[in-house]
Design a binder for this molecule. Structure first.
Ligand SMILES: [Zn+2]
Length: 125
């Protein structure tokens, strides 16, 4: 039976995950988690990531998912704020206040979402 989740880019991912010496870029795959680079002697610690060239860790990958969730959350929240502001403006004595407040909140959320997105893009390269 063929598994549908046969990921063709798996090889690529594995290569991304390779721990590399932070100094000379030598692949530290298969070496103890802690020690010195056999190529240049640079000390490394795979547990903490110290002395390593940064490859993407599972945590960072999780960060990406979290970031996406945060961006979506911010956009949804911005829309909710606008809806609430609109509703409140119908019952408020001064209809402008909730609208302005909602606009400010929504703008901040959207700016945050865009900033988050841009930061994520920059970190990736
Ligand atoms: Zn090295």
């Amino acid at each position: 039976m063929k598994d549908e989740q046969d990921e063709p880019e798996l090889d690529e991912e594995v290569e991304d995950d390779q721990p590399l010496c932070g100094k000379c870029g030598y692949s530290l795959t298969g070496l103890p988690r802690r020690g010195n680079c056999p190529e240049c002697g640079h000390p490394f610690d795979q547990m903490t990531g110290r002395g390593l060239k940064r490859a993407m860790t599972p945590e960072e990958r999780g960060d990406r998912v979290l970031r996406l969730a945060r961006i979506i959350g911010l956009v949804v929240f911005a829309m909710l704020a606008m809806v609430c502001g609109g509703l409140l403006s119908m019952i408020a004595v001064t209809p402008r206040k909730p609208l302005i407040l909602a606009g400010v909140v929504a703008s901040l959320c959207l700016v945050g979402a865009v900033a988050d997105y841009v930061m994520g893009r920059m970190n990736r390269d």
